[in-house]
Design a protein around this ligand. Sequence first.
Ligand code: ATP
Length: 452
Amino acid sequence: MLDTYQGAATIEKVAALARRRGFVYPSSDIYGGLGSSYDYGHYGVLLKQNVKAEWQRALVQEREDVVMLDSAIILHPQVWVASGHVGGFSDPLVDCRTCKLRFRADHLGQSACGRKPSKHPGETADCDLTEARQFNLMFETSIGPVRDEGSVAYLRPETAQGIFVNFKNVTSSLRVKPPFGIAQIGKSFRNEITPGNFLFRMREFEQMEMEFFVPPDESTRWFEYWVEARRQWYLGLGMRESHLRVRPHDPDELSHYSSGTSDLEYLFPIGWSELEGIANRGDYDLNAHATASGTKLEWIGHEERYLPHVIEPAAGADRAALAFLVDAYDEEEVAGDQRTVLRLHPRLAPVKVAVLPLIGKDAGLVEKARPLYEDLRRALPSEYDDSASIGKRYRRQDEIGTPWALTIDHDTLADGTITIRDRDSLEQERIPLERAKAILLERLEAPWTPRA
Ligand code: ATP
């Protein structure tokens, strides 16, 4: 198994490209930025939307046993008491009296997890660490005009609890029966002690979580099923298999509610780090909410009645987008020039095709190119560019990961053919202009092989 990232990417290079090309900006930039907050620009929005859409396609659209939910971010405060978050969603925090920095006590001494403070490891001879104390990661807010004890509420630190508290609504309003899942995509908030590494660990991020409710005696089988299904999802979107692994948690690492958890880890330039966790949560959550709310949360069938067990694949949309960017980032020399290219799977690429008249100022070429672009953009995300030299335009499309470029030149005027350029192989092929849309749609559906 590999132990270091293979390729040209570093987190810094990917962050620089993301900023330069309009994927991701530091948040509140003109005020000096807000630590570990990021704003998504045009291409970043499109990329992250594609990640979420692929998740939804695989978990909901292509199955018949999973339904969607979009619950509120601020839930009844009792939800977080019953779930154990008010009492236990905390990390052990230590302060260094010498340098005034804060660390997670459980991360001191770790080198490649992406959470180690980069400037100050908290373990040099000068360090004077305080005792560890528990720091709750939930962001507090208050509801209503008067701020008192009764008005305290929390921004959700995970989307999962919104699913559990809707179990009864969903089972009584939709045609579902265990085994079935409820899936949700949305923002979560955690007051992380040591955020960092660009999109890897932020205080505000988006999760893609699914709670899959099963008869208790089927939970082991479904747990294994979902670990493999989720691994295949990343591979199917082009992630290099050599950079993806399943890491089962050690027994002493397991959460109190979990009888099994495996992390899917990606080999980032900062080392193997969690992309997604898949946990067998038993009946812990439904039981806790049933007890606290006094509402029965059983599955009641014709002849049976039981508290389902739950398998939870919990992924991060931003962290997945970062992993796909890192995996796709490449640099190479082409005809003496350095090119940077994002070899994103076509389904993830923000723009699928660029339409480029060879000479931007040539009215004859523009007259052919514009209608082609206007027709294509109705079928798939397309871009038109007639600025700068053709070489510069190709480089720009390479850097945003556009898999195909169509070039209209003087031969087009003579014989109705255009050039289709492949981002990865750089092959150029002449095709009839009127077949362009059909060819692109075919290529988009065709199997795609990631680089070695
Ligand atoms: P970690 O060990 O990295 O803190 P976790 O085990 O607490 O993560 P979960 O609670 O299982 O994470 O959350 C599920 C997923 O949500 C993670 O695998 C990750 O992809 C994403 N995620 C969690 N915290 C963050 C964060 N601070 N920033 C970005 N994504 C996050």
